[in-house]
Design a protein around this ligand. Sequence first.
Ligand code: TXA
Ligand code: MG
Length: 322
Amino acid sequence: MAPELLIATAETIARAADLIRNGKLVAFPTETVYGLGADATNDRAVASIFEAKGRPTFNPLIVHVSGHEEAARHARFTPQADALARAFWPGGITLVLPRRETTPISLLVSAGLDTVALRVPAHPIAQKLIHAAGRPIAAPSANASGEVSPTRAEHVAASLGHSALLAMILDGGACPLGLESTVIGFPENGTPTLLRPGAVPREDIERVLGSPLAAADVASGETGRSSPGQLASHYAPHAPLRLDADDVRDGELLLGFGSSGAAALNLSPSGDLGEAAANLFAMLRALDARADGSTIAVARIPERGLGEAINDRLRRAAAPRS
Ligand code: TXA
Ligand code: MG
């Protein structure tokens, strides 16, 4: 079933908000580009974002919130982050900050990292949708993986219009900025870092900070290509991992999939890859906390659909660390 493409009105925004609260995906305009939105606190809904985009890996997503105050409930701001929020929000800048323990935002949104990317969009339709949904909204650009970001509702329809996962496209015309947000990271005791150039120029940000931004270490990026924002750091448990486990050995905890017998936890007893993606990071963390010297054995995950992204993350988590 194709998504409905509807002109954004008070009524269609209210319907879109209901869809979000019910775990569905809605594409909506922001001042930068169109976003593919889901309830950021719903693991299963967040997993369906990756499914719809066909991403072969779980990149962390930007969470759209109503304001600086709400953002501060989800993440710990530094004085410099506060200064940028005051200067540029609402607007085209995204701040990557340490997650608070208490945030209900899905770990899948953060791709298992201890940080979360937050943005307060300025577009009135985006603001109304966030308020009506009453939830933080996770949204990457609303294009299939590998395509350019959409700046009109028709672009979204062309890229994702065949997806049964996308419930609605809210048409708000052309995005005024047409360029993704600038992403700034705040490493602990470090210099704020330009993770991705975007709608807000570096010079404007440096003027507010009163000092230069550090450059993202692109060379150590995950892909080795120039892909700012995809940092080398990714979630890795302390316990060793053994992948593609067909059995459980002494002293191992099994993270099962499908009909795994002796599983300590099971990513999806029914073998549903979307459910497995939704559970992946939370279950790895839970087993890591229990491991106490044991190895986490992970059942074989089929390399299709979301399985490709799940296996990509598992291989990274299992890789030897420096
Ligand atoms: O303008 C925009 O930013 C649009 C609209 C919809 O808000 N969104 C967007 O999202 O471009 P996406 O998923 O296409 O790009 C998000 C960027 C990626 O470069 C990602 O790696 C980075 O933000 N990012 C998100 N969370 C991060 C985190 N915890 N650590 C480092 N980088 C992060
Ligand atoms: Mg994108």
